[in-house]
Design a protein around this ligand. Sequence first.
Ligand code: NAD
Ligand code: UDX
Length: 466
Amino acid sequence: MGAGYVGGPTMAVIAQRCPHIRVCVVDISQAQIDAWNTDDLPIYEPGLLEVVKESRGRNLFFSTDIDAEIKRADMVFISVNTPTKTTGIGAGKAANIKNCELCARKIAEVADTPKVVVEKSTVPVRTAEAVRRVLATNEGKVKFQVLSNPEFLAEGTAMPDLQDPSRVLIGGMQTPEGLAAIQELVDVYANWVPKDRILATNTWSSELSKLVANAFLAQRVSSINSISALCEATDADISEVSRALGYDPRIGNKFLNSSVGFGGSCFQKDVLNLVYICESTGLPEVAEYWHQVIAMNDYQKSRFTQLMVRRMFNTVTGKRIAVLGFAFKKDTGDTRETPAVFVCKALLEEQAKVQVYDPQVKRSQMFVEFDYTCGVNKDNTPRLEESITTCEDAYSAAEGSHALAILTEWDEFKTLDYQRIYDSMAKPAFVFDGRGVVDIEALRKIGFEVYCIGKSKPKYSLDSPK
Ligand code: NAD
Ligand code: UDX
């Protein structure tokens, strides 16, 4: 249940690796299901289309006939969105598990044979208890077992993450029936995942581990981003510091890239959810500790935009800024919580004209994101349509602009013809690299004034005029 970024790819891989299992992905959105049944899939994920095409129509199906598919299933994965609540108790922090509960109610209503119900969505710890109680309303007729099986895929690398996962986590009740249900799910994954990477735990450890894994990853990005500010103040270089840290096997060299800030649908939501759970369980010190991860991310995003405005002589009014990259990371078209939206909003407030290019994000999607994330929309923001131009490529975005802001680390931005771009821009031509993509020295040689997160300022900056 849920044909999104998780449900679609996850089930496509199960169908690919287990041709003897019939997999059907259902959703309440007809448009979403229709797209999964074409070659123009509703999400962009490298390698996904090939995997879908291998099994679609064989043992992989996409349907809106939710009732019929629940009835015929032995196992039902709940893979629906669990966004941060926007109103009511816990607004702005707590995860809304309404969709999970609706799925459980639907299963309870239509099931007439026993089912293993699997929480694939990321949920607050102890959600399985709510799912179990809702299912129990039908337990006179049908037996249910509830498992927690959180998903660890990252967007952009979902296919390798699913085909060769670091681990599969399965939590369940420590009763004979619970352990049997765990074994049923282990048997599915064991078709392609080595047994020593399939971890079984109690339900609550599994639910909590998912939140904690994302909190640790987000914390790592915030930690390195905090140090990027210190590097800029001291002429230390963040890439060199990351490299030096990464050689320590206790620290490891992954996830140490400083950036304009983390985005995506998971990190902020899951850390805030963890904060809320800590507050609700009477642990304010623990809550405050994790809240700093979000505070540091907000600081990083606003620090970047302030740097842009300050370096461009304290005004960007009427200036054109080329924004290269709008997705929250490379190799995805997903824009949820993308730092690009915060940067663009701040530039628009300064009355700049923004020319955006992203290889995977459509103009309509950008406007959805503006509206959702910061309430900036065509109705309440005069001239929004004219202030944001979307471009076919990086060169047209850069043409006539005063600055480039690189906000997603798409590989193609590394190999652009920067001389051509420089020639087409207003001078002085600025580059603000929020992703450590460009060769700073090469660009400075061309004549650009380059600022990069965590790197020293150009010698001819405002502090020491050229
Ligand atoms: P998504 O928004 O891409 O997809 C969710 C889908 O569920 C939508 O298509 C929606 O129409 C459908 N849906 C909602 N209510 C439904 C219902 N009652 N019945 C049937 N379908 C319903 O969300 P996502 O990114 O796939 O995330 C799903 C869950 O997985 C979330 O809890 C998320 O935190 C977690 N997760 C996401 C990622 C990621 O990278 N996106 C990674 C790991 C875990
Ligand atoms: C994350 C987790 O990695 C994944 O395990 C979980 O299942 C879902 O949430 P995702 O959000 O898709 O995955 O991408 P991820 O690669 O974690 O990146 C998240 C954000 O952090 C991106 O904006 C990325 O650009 C940023 N990031 C990541 C950095 O700024 N620096 C890094 O070193 C790594």
